[in-house]
Write a protein that binds this ligand. Sequence first.
Ligand code: G16
Length: 519
Amino acid sequence: MDPEAVRKYSALHAKPDGLVLQYGTAGFRTKAERLDHVMFRMGLLAVLRSKQTKSTIGVMVTASHNPEEDNGVKLVDPLGEMLAPSWEEHATCLANAEERDVWRVLMDISEKAAVNLQQEAFVVIGRDTRPSSERLSQSVIDGVTVLGGQFHDYGLLTTPQLHYMVYCRNSSGRYGEATVDGYYQKLSTAFVELTKQAFCGGNEYRSLKVDCANGVGALKLREMEPYFSQGLSVQLFNDGTKGKLNHLCGADFVKSHQRPPQGMEMKSSERCCSFDGDADRIVYYYSDTDGHFHLIDGDKIATLISSFLKELLVEIGESLNIGVVQTAYANGSSTRYLEEVMKVPVYCTKTGVKHLHHKAQEFDVGVYFEANGHGTVLFSKAAEMKIKQLAKELEDKKRKAAQMLANVIDLFNQAAGDAISDMLVIEAILALKGLTVQEWDALYTDLPNRQLKVKVADRQVISTTDAERQAVTPPGLQEAINDLVKKYKLSRAFVRPSGTEDVVRVYAEADSQVLGICY
Ligand code: G16
């Protein structure tokens, strides 16, 4: 490690004067032209984190659901998880350091985090399809190499694929092979095995329309389709050949506007889904015979998956505990259904998969989904071993149930929420249970709800508590919300500053959309 070289290269990736950024809900995100220095410095930081953990660390260049002009970067920890909170602070500190202080801040972090600077470092890098991503990932590589780290650049990947690669590399291949082909093989084998018992009733479950948000998901799904095509055929829309990334399409657009993406040809009752720009979120939808649009969001995905898993766990007779984790955005009807009908415990965390993932790790089977379609299922090591053992030992129906669970474990991306993996799980469950998209939708009725983005001068004046359901500042805000909410039945509302966009998010739900009904 040569301080002079770091100073020299850092000056080539200079920080714009006065710019202050924060490691937010999913890393740094802002306009792409403001990020060159952040990318270089995150390359440096990834080397330190790799040395400290003696593991491969991931760096993903993406701004996921944000507009095409934005970009972002996040670090991926050894088990494929989001960066540890204490290192988020180091990341913010390093990103905001003045040019002359970069080396000193690196040394401070090394001291605070007890980094052995003699240790080798290895970093893997992935990027989405934004025009700025290739150049910015080169800045990450500059940062890695100037600190003497080794690296592998995977090039274009979905975000969950990069999480998968990191997990594979740090589990010496036990989680899977750390290649794109390894990812396709692992998930497709589990999907084809899982669905062998289904599809006896015709072709109804064999095709699905997928809006790929004009993002990297289109490239990867097209590459992967031959691996699972005996079980499912996908028809891709918004595949990036013309439209703009996330513009009038993709999971975020469909969820927040509650309408179909542009460019999708929907026939009545057809199953359709949307990924977001880096394919870590998915929502489903259909239009009924009257042409009405029906959204099936992350809450209903969690419900479908939890009920399937619970049935299988009951069948094999093992008392493994199952828990569902949501955020404040979860529709009240979904929480009530899970708790009162399905009798599963439900927990609420702050927004951000890092919080949900952490909570879900407390269970044998932890199901977590944000309403926006970001989620997965985590199986504890003990539960996974038990289930895979039972799949060999049990007999008849119990054995079949244990085998299904074993395949489900392999089909879920347990490093991160993954649109492709979730899509295959959902398609398998619908086929195995013989459920139509309408029957799935009819599990419960969502309370009418709206989510808005509001631009304000400084979104940080709003602070929250109680898993973001109550505003603490500015004074009077929560009281004003309470006064409005108490006028309506089954009503709930909250505001919070976004951690990915320069906006405040406002959410409200009630039993009716009609204004003026007072209780
Ligand atoms: C990211 C996070 C999600 C979060 C979303 C919106 O999603 O990974 O957990 O729900 O941002 O966060 P906020 O409301 O703070 O802007 P993605 O898909 O953009 O990576």
